[in-house]
Design a protein around this ligand. Structure first.
Ligand code: ADP
Ligand code: ADP
Length: 233
């Protein structure tokens, strides 16, 4: 579902260049939950943002559901990104819009304007994430866990095949982290959606990932099943 081939990313600043990703090769199968773990500055955020080309790799290929993301025109990229939902550490909700409005926005951005369709779809999505009673609340009046549920509903609005999770539980307390990880696993099973997540927390990887890659100084230094990597004979 996701293939990264020889990805390099070099950030060019005035007189400094940072080689943030070095020859990354990765293969994530349909329906898998794949975690990339590493410390701060290792390249996790750059890696996940290369998958939907929020960052353009300096070289290499990114293939999502058979489409080479690196060769698309801007117009094609916008369309292909509907196959790829994304959630963030700080949720990225619009404070001026209600819960309903935040989720509806993802549909409006996809040029869906049928009001009754939008209402039906948003209602379904809010039920899926357990927020059916919060349609008219504003983000400021929600807990962190509730905000992340809204963000998950928004990310799933266009029925993506892939969900990218950028430190999705890092701003949450342990109990809320558990509830969000449970929801992600549930969505993975029910919708057969492929999940790529990045985290600095070993526990997150151990709890929901099928496979894991370890990134250090821009290199994937190990990858395999969670059982393989974390067994201590
Ligand atoms: P992580 O998500 O693991 O903390 P990042 O992908 O954010 O790591 O960063 C990897 C490296 O790239 C770091 O050295 C960081 O300072 C550098 N970097 C990230 N974004 C930029 C940018 N926009 N410009 C220059 N350097 C950057
Ligand atoms: P940043 O992460 O720096 O805030 P992004 O480019 O990731 O910037 O996001 C810009 C805005 O687009 C965010 O405010 C967010 O609400 C919205 N957004 C990003 N990804 C999605 C998505 N998959 N679905 C709907 N809205 C999104």
């Amino acid at each position: 579902m996701i293939t990264l081939k020889n990805i390099n990313k070099i950030y060019q600043q005035k007189n400094l260049s940072v080689h943030a990703l070095k020859d990354i090769n990765l293969e994530i199968k349909k329906g898998e939950i794949f975690g990339v773990i590493g410390s701060s500055g290792a390249g996790k955020s750059t890696l996940i943002r290369c998958v939907n080309i929020l960052e353009k790799p300096s070289s290499g290929d990114v293939i999502v559901d058979g489409v080479n993301m690196t060769t698309l025109s801007n117009q094609e990229l916008i369309k292909q990104r509907r196959q790829i939902g994304m959630i963030f550490q700080h949720f990225n909700l619009l404070s001026s819009r209600t819960v309903f409005g935040n989720v509806a926005l993802a549909l409006e951005f996809s040029n869906i304007s049928d009001k009754s369709f939008i209402k039906k779809r948003v209602t379904e999505l809010l039920e899926l994430v357990g927020l059916a009673d919060k349609h008219n609340s504003y983000p400021a009046n929600l807990s962190g866990g509730q905000k992340q549920r809204v963000a998950i509903a928004r990310a799933l609005a266009t029925e993506p095949k892939v969900l990218l999770c950028d430190e999705a539980t890092s701003a949450l307390d342990p109990a809320t982290t558990t509830s969000i990880l449970t929801l992600l696993k549930d969505i993975n099973r029910r919708l057969n959606i492929t999940i790529l997540l990045i985290t600095h927390e070993m526990d997150v990887v151990k709890r929901i990932c099928d496979k894991v890659g370890v990134i250090s100084q821009g290199q994937l230094i190990e990858q395999g099943s969670v059982a393989e990597l974390f067994s201590h004979p």
